[in-house]
Design a protein around this ligand. Sequence first.
Ligand SMILES: [Zn+2]
Length: 448
Amino acid sequence: MGFLGQVNWESTCAEAEAHFIRLLQFNTTNPPGNELPAAEYLAEVLRKEGLEPEVFTSAAGRGNMVCRLKGTGEKAPLLLNGHLDVVPVEESQWKYPPFAGTKAEGYIWGRGAVDMKQMVAMSLMTMILAKRGGAKLKRDLIFAAVADEEAGGAFGAGWLVANHPDQLKAEYGLGEMGGFSMSMAGKTFYPVQVAEKGICWVRITATGEPGHGSIPNPESAPIKLARALRKLGHIKLPQHNTPVVETFLKRLSQNQPFPNSLVLKLLLKPSLSSFILEKLFPDPGLAATFWAMLRNTANPTVLRAGEKTNVVPSIAVAEVDGRLLPGQTKESFLAELREIIGPDLQVEVLNELKPTTADPNDPILDQIAKLVDKHDPGAVVVPNMVPGFTDATHYSKLGVKCFGFSPMKLNPEDNFKSLFHGHNERIPVAGFHFGVRLLAELVEVLSS
Ligand SMILES: [Zn+2]
């Protein structure tokens, strides 16, 4: 049975909006995070509704709130996850103060407005509605509002998964990096994140004879390293089509006019994709994103060699940020890297995180698509992969099937990418209300 039968959406959205604005007013810039007051605020609200939230402190000031609404247990639990921390701001660049939660010009402004206090507020409202509705859900509903996502989650989801796994075990998890509307050639899409790339950070070391700077040496450590990095900049790692990206590109292509329809489909052909992305794509930023969806990537970020201008050092070091597609392993990635940089340099792995992926044909996507179509007729849901990682990487260790779906309707002129971590982060008021209702309805369907 559903729990939304009696709901007055106007007053519900106003209530959710008030909590959202309050959440934006907590300065949870990470570092240092200081999410505890926001976590306690949520717990207080939920306690007033008769729920029994718990706040876990992973370190001083780092609060994580978890709340469970018991169901009948016919189905495994559903987890709603939002992080409370936000990335830093350059306050002078903002039109409205970033921690005021200003409502103006049809938007709600503030750091965290789309990443991702909106989802925290929507999840809070869904919990409240489910409790007030009184109906027994077929599954437990778990709401986690966590610290530290922006720095990797060691004090947030990662800490909870390591220390309180039973609190979080679920069949499905709904979280970030999807559910926002995106316009393309007159058509609206809602990407839902089903996969995240993994990481494999490596240190490459070149060695050579040390010497005096007055005597040239084409085999010196800095020159060997520079040659290898130059190759990394020019030679492409091989393309791997993953099920998620295949479905993503095919569905985009089916919903685009010619020539977009053809170009998008041809990206799946390794012999053509480089040419298409380099020569035919109008927007280099978008091309780079597609690029990263089709390949492992290896991006040099840190360089170290030498201390004195007139001394040739014997060691030169580069750190490379490697990102792995779903289905790829550390070994397969290192083999690809070796193929490009050659056999001479030493390679060691600094950090590793496995890629995660859910099934791009999971039935939850059909349920999402039905509701999206109901509230935004004609819009198309596409499974998506993000080149970075989110809290989903932690929850997937517990077997949770994680989907990035924090529904919000943006205006066609808004660009999620530039709002995300950008100056003047904001969400349309109507788009937030859209999300409040859509998330609650989805949870109702999934737990009936
Ligand atoms: Zn985020």
